[in-house]
Design a protein around this ligand. Structure first.
Ligand code: UGA
Length: 433
């Protein structure tokens, strides 16, 4: 099939590249010329395992192209996929201006019948607005559909090629059949719904996963008080198929460009309908509070943090990505600086992006894990990169001036730590000191 994908962020770029890998003819469109130039040279603007290889392969085989010319891309395609960003407005609502602009430009470009699919995460009812905007600018017939995306950063290519399910929200049989055909090589689990339900499935799924994380983090906080171990508790809970073992990893809370934005947006969507989504509001509050456990634990070990040197390992919101959007590291480092601490930070790949949050005068950025930890008064692990898991606790002990290790992601085993003299505070497990 001939596809145009509007927007080359995580969702648009990865979907476009993967659809081309399935044999479709794909053109990805972005307004940013330098981004399109990079992509035309085969360079991925985001770090995502396996993506650049697929860009090269499919470009060379002539199935994948990139352009700034939306009209031409639309006119040559049968299916148009909208995958532009829907960032948060200051009040938490989704900002739909990129969606509205895309719909207007699509409307102005239509030359015959098209199926227009929204993959961006959009509030319930948005696809109907998209339909109205396109109709305003075009006389040609078209169908709209909602096919939300469930890929995770860091495993985006794998998730796109092997999704747990595909949701297709569409009205006409023609659009349903065409979209089932497009997605059938990806999954056997294709659920066809109405458009509003498809839009809601995306928000409800992200909100539920966020709820699982805040729930397990609160259980972890209680474990600390009663002397239980959250890793054992989560594993014991996860064997129950009704609960499931994933998303029960306690830590310093969720970050990234999706959960924080989508939970706020769903609270707003409910609020506009006069529904107070109390549970989700608490999930957000618990998540925010959880980050500061790192500061509380540091203060319990060191007292006043002013003039103390604190090493930070991990700046991205999760491993295998250079994305620092809403990463817990931001608020934790901010709180440390406010307390007068000196911060030395290292991340395997996210440092360049993080430099936009704090300058070199505020934070000393290090080229390696050891450089950050040497002669620090404490080390805090904020992202569970495998590079850190491979560094022995004995090594960390030899680098630090004072033997304080705060493990915000529970990457070390208590047994290994017990062999050292490190004061080891993790999340939801008994302290070792
Ligand atoms: C999330 C969803 O998992 C995807 O299904 C969805 O498509 C995506 O949002 C989106 O809406 O675009 P993502 O934000 O890339 O994907 O990453 P996740 O792996 O879900 O992790 C989110 C955050 O939760 C990370 O900060 C991670 O550290 C945290 N997390 C995750 C935990 O603290 N504990 C866990 O057990 C799992």
């Amino acid at each position: 099939m001939r596809l145009a994908v509007i927007g080359t962020g995580y969702v648009g770029l990865v979907s476009g590249v993967c659809f081309s890998d399935l044999g479709n003819d794909v053109v990805c469109v972005d307004k940013l010329e330098n981004k399109v130039d990079m992509l035309l040279q085969g360079i991925s603007p985001i770090y995502e395992p396996g993506l650049e290889e697929l860009i090269h392969k499919n470009k060379e085989q002539g199935r994948l192209n990139f352009t700034t010319n939306l009209a031409e891309a639309v006119q040559k395609s049968e299916i148009i996929i909208i995958a532009v960003g829907t960032p948060s407005l200051p009040n938490g609502q989704a900002n739909l201006s990129f969606i509205e602009d895309a719909a207007k430009e699509i409307g102005q470009s239509l030359n015959n019948f098209k199926i227009i699919v929204t993959k961006s995460t959009v509030p319930v009812g948005t696809n109907e607005k998209i339909k109205q905007i396109i109709s305003k600018y075009s006389q040609f017939p078209f169908e709209i559909a909602s096919v939300p995306e469930f890929l995770r950063e860091g495993t985006a290519v794998q998730d796109t090629l092997h999704p747990d399910r595909i949701i297709i929200g569409a009205t006409s049989d023609y659009a349903k059949e065409k979209l089932i055909k497009l997605h059938s090589p990806l999954s056997e689990n294709i659920l066809v719904t109405d458009i509003r339900s498809a839009e809601m499935i995306k928000y409800a799924s992200n909100a539920f996963l966020a709820t699982k994380i805040s729930f397990i983090n609160e259980i972890a906080n209680i474990c600390e008080k009663v002397g239980a171990d959250i890793t054992q508790v989560a594993s014991g809970m996860g064997y129950d198929k009704r609960i499931g073992s994933s998303f029960l990893k306690a830590g310093i809370g969720y970050g990234g460009s999706c959960f924080p934005k989508d939970t706020q947006a769903l609270i707003q969507i409910a609020g506009q309908m006069d529904y107070d989504f109390k549970l989700l509001k608490s999930v957000v509050e618990v998540n925010h509070e959880q980050r500061f456990n790192i500061i509380r634990k540091l203060e319990a070990l060191l007292g006043d943090l002013s003039e103390r040197t604190i090493a930070i390992w991990g700046l991205s919101f999760k491993p295998e990505t250079d994305d620092v959007r809403d990463a817990p590291a931001f608020e934790i480092i901010n709180a440390l600086l406010q307390r007068g601490a000196k911060v030395r930070a290292y991340d395997p790949i996210a440092t360049e992006n993080f430099k936009k949050c704090f300058t070199r005068e505020e934070v000393q950025y290090c080229l390696g894990a050891q450089e950050a930890a040497v002669q620090a008064d404490a080390l805090c692990i904020l992202t569970e990169w495998s590079e850190f898991k491979n560094i022995s606790p004995e090594m960390i002990e030899s680098w630090l001036t004072e033997p304080n290790l705060i493990d915000g992601r529970n990457i070390y085993s208590q047994e290994d730590l017990a062999k050292t003299k490190l004061n080891y505070y993790s999340i939801g497990r008994p302290n070792l000191n």
